[in-house]
Design a protein around this ligand. Structure first.
Ligand SMILES: [Zn+2]
Length: 157
């Protein structure tokens, strides 16, 4: 089954040279802007890698390193918001060992794009969105605007 991200890549391949250049420059700036978060993601992923971990390069419009293994499963089961399938920190996606569905990968890549857009401000913005939700009597995770946007992206997977 083709993933939506492959469709995006196909669209870029057919785009004009100017659009392709803008895409690659924008992508490079996003990677640079999110690099402090990616560095934190790599530090968190290190124990996952060291103990039977696997690295998968996600080659899509939103590039990422997906890292999985038994340690990832352990960490994700104990996530502060409850058990998770995956979590994105910058351009690093820590994923459960059995892999991700296209929907979950699309969700996580939405977070990668959010990190590329907000850079080092992303954790602060994410926490502020959770606080905002709680102050309005909503759930800190489920009603966080970044999660709402990522779930919306999933629907196009
Ligand atoms: Zn999410």
């Amino acid at each position: 089954m083709r993933t939506p991200t492959n469709k995006q890549i196909d669209g870029i391949a057919r785009a004009s040279p100017t659009r392709r250049l803008a895409f690659w420059v924008g992508g490079a700036l996003g990677i640079l802007w999110a690099s402090p978060l990616t560095a934190v993601g790599m530090i968190l992923a290190l124990p996952v890698l060291l103990w039977r971990g696997k690295v998968h390069v996600v080659r899509t419009k939103t590039p990422a390193l997906m890292i999985s293994g038994p340690v990832a499963d352990y960490i994700l089961d104990r996530h502060p918001f409850g058990p998770m399938c995956a979590m994105a920190i910058g351009h690093v996606v820590i994923a459960e060992k059995r892999g991700l569905t296209p929907q979950v990968l699309t969700h996580e890549l939405a977070h990668v794009r959010q990190a590329a857009c907000w850079g080092i401000l992303f954790p602060i913005a994410y926490l502020a969105a959770s606080v905002w939700a709680v102050l309005h009597g909503q759930d800190a995770y489920w009603h966080n605007v970044f999660e709402v946007a990522a779930r919306r992206a999933e629907k196009h997977a």
